[in-house]
Design a protein around this ligand. Structure first.
Ligand code: FES
Length: 320
């Protein structure tokens, strides 16, 4: 992993709900933190001894360079990531990466519809802060099981641009594409973040209502379950254009695995096809895309995720 870590200190910690902790981080001394755009996330070195790294969205106002805010849901099946974050206390030190972003606010849209499911509020909250600051036209729809399980309700419920939708609330406040998103509009962008089932519902409903794929921006916290993900796995060769080196990618192995095993300093982070850190350009061969982050246009331009995608051709040449 090619990370230059930033050392931060936890200066604020509060339990926003029984399962969500909100953490405020500052740099050492009075140093400003690196700039970030709304929608960005950071890698967090949760446990340096175990090499445990997790990705969390920055949810504070992007214009505030004095601190970063994270909100972390305690996963029921935590493998140490969210549990470790919940154990942090004020004064603890935490290493994080520089912010990265593949979920930014569209420059082309004049109106922005933000649709959050549960903890998916985090990047969209940063977007709401940024859009509010620039006086842009936006709406935030925050869907959650209940008020008690929702973070940030106190700061959002009086904002006329925000609508809260609780599963245990009356029928007339439930989220629906027809009522809350409406018909396609070429000047509007939709942004979706939340659990997989929620995102699939919103995205497929929006497509069903006629919204084109380019209008829907999404960020997943977990890879899409794909029953076909390992079917037809064969062996193929990756050739690196800059060095001429060739590496065999075996069945069940990722391109990234093969490159790292070969001693190549390839970029990566999540290794699940959701962060975009491993994207490289394909120069020759036929890629078999299995990520959920590249748009059709990016794929057509030759972009490729080494951690999750493979090849249909026997040789794939990469710009590495
Ligand atoms: S390492 Fe995150 S998408 Fe590949």
């Amino acid at each position: 992993m090619s990370n230059e870590w930033l050392d931060t200190i936890v200066v604020g910690r509060r339990d926003a709900t029984a399962r969500i902790v909100v953490l405020d981080l500052v740099g050492h001394g009075d140093a400003e933190l690196p700039e970030f755009a709304a929608g960005a996330h950071v890698d967090v070195l949760v446990d340096s001894a175990a090499g445990l790294v997790r990705q969390y969205s920055l949810c504070g106002p992007p214009q505030d360079r004095t601190r970063y805010r994270l909100a972390v849901l305690a996963e029921t099946a935590s493998r140490g990531g969210s549990l470790g974050m919940h154990q942090l206390r004020e004064g603890d030190r935490l290493r994080i990466s520089h912010p990265r972003n593949r979920f930014g606010v569209s420059d082309r849209a004049r109106r922005h519809l933000l649709v959050a499911g549960g903890i998916g509020i985090t990047p969209l909250l940063a977007m709401a802060h940024a859009l509010e600051a620039r006086g842009a036209q936006y709406e935030l729809h925050y869907c959650a099981r209940s008020r008690a399980e929702s973070a940030f309700v106190d700061e959002l419920e009086h904002n006329p641009r925000v609508q809260l939708h609780f599963d245990d609330g009356p029928d007339d406040q439930r989220f629906g594409i027809a009522a809350d998103i409406g018909p396609p509009d070429p000047e509007t962008a939709i942004y979706v973040c939340g659990p997989g089932g929620f995102m699939d519902f919103v995205i497929s409903s929006a497509h069903g209502a006629g919204w084109p794929a380019e209008a829907i921006h999404k960020e997943r916290f977990a890879p899409v379950e794909n029953a076909d993900a390992h079917m037809d796995d064969g062996t193929f060769t990756v050739r690196l254009a800059r060095t001429g080196g060739e590496y065999e990618v075996k069945e069940g192995e990722s391109v990234l695995d093969a490159l790292l095993a070969g001693g190549i300093d390839a970029p990566y982070s999540c290794q699940q096809g959701i962060c975009g850190e491993c994207i490289v350009r394909v120069l020759a061969g036929e890629p078999d895309h299995r990520d959920d982050i590249l748009t059709d246009r990016e794929r057509a331009e030759g972009m490729f995720t080494t951690c999750s995608s493979r090849a249909h051709s026997s040789i794939l040449e990469l710009d590495l």
